[in-house]
Design a protein around this ligand. Sequence first.
Ligand code: DX5
Ligand code: ZN
Length: 224
Amino acid sequence: MTASDFGTLQIAPSILSADFGDLSGAIGLVHDQIEWLHIDVMDGHFVPNITIGPPVVKSLRTHSDLFFDCHLMISEPWRYLEDFKKAGADSCTFHVEVGQTEESIKRARELGLRVGLSLNPDKSFNLVEPFLDKIDVLLVMSVFPGFGGQSFIPDVLTTVEQARAVVERDGLHLDIEIDGGIDATTAPQAVAAGANVLVAGNAIFGQPDPAAALRALTSSIEPR
Ligand code: DX5
Ligand code: ZN
């Protein structure tokens, strides 16, 4: 359960597009290529879909020592941070849209979690800027959260650029993660804008050979 130093360029496969009946099998296909695994938690309230909760995270933890990057697309994340920590989450990312951001950051810190803050594609960078020196990960949504396999919204690259500029200016230890519609075409655009953690679901687990798809995606962002 280790995480690389901040700023390491990497791909975090999202199990949202994997076979939910064989999640540990799906993870096994890619685990030797990755450090982070992206786990999408949805409550049917903040987003119109329901997925994974702490019991599934707990079960996965017995099968994997990857860094569990839990993306909480839920309305009251502060109520569940402890449950996710106990289940084996390494990082919990919650959305700025749900409010109580300061309190959730404090709670996650107390629990020893790595702390992430996310914003939807239609939200201004100004909403998250005041928190950048208090968190470990900024997760920029490049689709509206709720479902895998949607098309990348290029406007959010501006948000990524703004975040990267603040990180450079202030010397922050912050990962800039992007999530939604990442494939071999959009991944290099995200990296050029300043993202260093790229979430990809459909481009990996939606493909016939996830291991080969991840290798292809990785090579799309390797320096030439
Ligand atoms: C969307 C989730 C994403 C999703 C990305 O609400 O937060 O993590 O799995 O899936 P793709 O890569 O298929 O857009
Ligand atoms: Zn996600």
